[in-house]
Design a protein around this ligand. Sequence first.
Ligand code: FDA
Length: 309
Amino acid sequence: MFDAPLRAFFLWVSNRRWIARVALRTPLLRGMALRFVAGTTLDQAAVAVAGLNATGASATLDILGESVSDRATADRAAAEYVAAIERIAADGLDANVSIKLSQMGLDLGVEECLSVMRPVVEAGKRHDIFVRIDMESSDYTDRTLEVVNRLRADGFDVGPVIQSYLHRSRADVLALAAEQVRVRVCKGAYAESDEIAWHARDVVDRSFVKLSRLLLDADAYPGIATHDPRMIDAVEAYVRQKGIRQDRFEFQMLYGIRRDLQRQLLQRGYRLRIYVPYGTEWYPYFMRRLAERPANVLFLLRSLFGERG
Ligand code: FDA
């Protein structure tokens, strides 16, 4: 009953820098965030990925941080991604990377962002590691797709994320499928207006299933990113009906969420990639996870005090 206002509240606080500054210094919140974040350093993230690989899951590393407004900070974030790619290759981890373009200077312009991204995609190419471009709020959708298309035109192995809550997504998926682009489909995690996004759960879910089917038919190794058992059932039924092999796509889930379902999918022989975020800038990511499921606040508080007690 209180989910909608709580969701709006968490999305609102996720964008408030002054609240972030306080939160980053609050040990209780940091402790809660660790349920969803693999740590603050690349070393900690590499340990988490090795652990996931040992269970049969692959991973995608996300260095937390977004909305960078100067070139030097964007270049530093890009250098951290290069280091992550080098580490994946050196340790022989089964992982790729996921990047938010606002962290790579997209607010400074598409050309600037392309130039910041260059060393990252070159490192990906050097080590044959795919670079996933996350999708942010709708202000960024066109620019994000433009950067993806231009990097692909230059021969780099990158692919975007499409959000099923956006009205435009069917058209975007059709264009990407025609080009055999490797897409991740998810429901969408940002606050959007009724003009451009659906909010009714059943409509977003129907859109998710339709987009997943289009991407499976295109056979460009889609990532089906969800923890929703009903979405997973729908995809399972479709691949069985169409005779699509388990190695033609992968399911994707977030670190620390529905680990029971993660295990079940692996046991049933599906490919599964876990999104592993790390870094000091965990605050907006954590708030979006709380917005998705406000009950997490109670759950986390209980487990935290339970464990301490
Ligand atoms: P839904 O929200 O209906 O949840 C289904 C069930 O999953 C819940 O009932 C609960 O059991 C569990 N669950 C879901 N969220 C939970 C949470 N936070 N805590 C605890 N349990 C939870 N979004 C975006 O806008 N851009 C992007 O680039 C990405 N990238 C991305 C990558 C990957 C690998 C995943 C899995 C998700 C994303 N997302 C994303 C987030 C996505 O848009 C969406 O907000 C979440 O996945 C939640 O939606 P579900 O499909 O899981 O279903």
